[in-house]
Write a protein that binds this ligand. Structure first.
Ligand SMILES: NC(=O)c1ccc[n+]([C@@H]2O[C@H](COP(=O)([O-])OP(=O)(O)OC[C@H]3O[C@@H](n4cnc5c(N)ncnc54)[C@H](OP(=O)(O)O)[C@@H]3O)[C@@H](O)[C@H]2O)c1
Length: 244
């Protein structure tokens, strides 16, 4: 029997592609979303096409006080947990609005961290399990155009790194996913450079293979690693003068 895969943010373009990739391999699915009834057509489609069991789970990642309870009440715990959930709004709007700042930080970092703490405790007890978190290269250096989202993703990158270190002795694998640009609803309003931008199906394929190979940090397009390496080496005195 293949491990059940919990996908948090399963209604997103990337989440839906990951669900389909695992369904194709015969994994049972548990799809989580804040309005899970919207996933009913996706559930029916996956069950019919791939002949796998697929359940839905209602979860708002900003309701941090409820997350551990939702996990603890699951009758059977999924062996693989993938956090895809995220939120990005225009940085200037977020900058001027405390509620938007909080929403950005809670959705991209605090909520996933609170939930994954509960998942990790279970996996420690079981002595096995896999956690993957979708962060962003935006978390590798703060830029004026996206620094609040980026700072939340940076927090999530550091969290996943520490979690990997904490869980390694217990046989639990933790993978950080840095997709680079991806064509999705989140980025539909942006003019993305074609060469640097992945399709959700490519992200899903990389996540599936990364989990099989027990990768620690996954760049979906390999050159993002080197792009970010160069960007991170630019001295702060020069970086602060750039319009990035
Ligand atoms: N697109 C890119 O270029 C790119 C690049 C790097 C990283 N990422 C990351 O990839 C992940 C998926 O993003 P995407 O591009 O596919 O965009 P998306 O469609 O906007 O996905 C965001 C997902 O998060 C869910 N979500 C937001 N707030 C939530 C809440 N309070 N509770 C529960 N779920 C909530 C959304 O659910 P609803 O459907 O209910 O809104 C949606 O499923 C995100 O973590 C994003 O930061 C994207």
């Amino acid at each position: 029997m293949k491990a059940t895969v919990l996908i948090i943010g399963a209604g997103s373009d990337i989440g839906a592609a990951i669900a389909e990739r695992f369904a194709r391999e015969g994994h049972p699915l548990l799809l989580a979303a804040r309005n899970s009834s919207r996933l009913l057509p996706q559930k029916a489609d996956l069950e019919i096409r791939y002949n796998i069991p697929c359940s839905l789970l209602e979860m708002d990642i900003t309701e941090t006080g409820k997350l551990a309870g939702i996990w603890n009440q699951l009758p059977e715990k999924p062996g693989i947990t993938i956090s895809v959930v995220g939120y990005m709004n225009d940085n200037e709007k977020v900058f001027r609005d405390g509620v938007e700042t909080e929403r950005t930080i809670v959705t991209n970092y605090l909520g996933p961290a609170v939930l994954l703490n509960a998942v990790a405790e279970e996996y420690i007890k079981a002595g096995q399990g896999t956690i993957a978190g979708i962060s962003s290269v935006a978390g590798l250096r703060g830029r004026q155009s996206n620094f609040i989202y980026g700072s939340a993703k940076a927090g999530f990158i550091a969290y996943l790194s520490g979690l990997r270190n904490r869980l390694y002795p217990h046989g639990v694998h933790v993978m950080t996913v840095l997709p680079g640009f991806v064509y999705t609803k989140m980025t539909a309003h942006l003019a993305l450079p074609g060469l640097l931008t992945a399709q959700p199906a490519a992200v899903a394929d990389a996540v599936y293979k990364g989990i099989q190979k027990k990768k620690n940090i996954l760049y979906v397009k390999w050159f993002w690693k080197w792009i970010m390496c160069i960007i991170r080496m630019i001295p702060e005195g020069i970086f602060k003068k750039k319009k990035l």
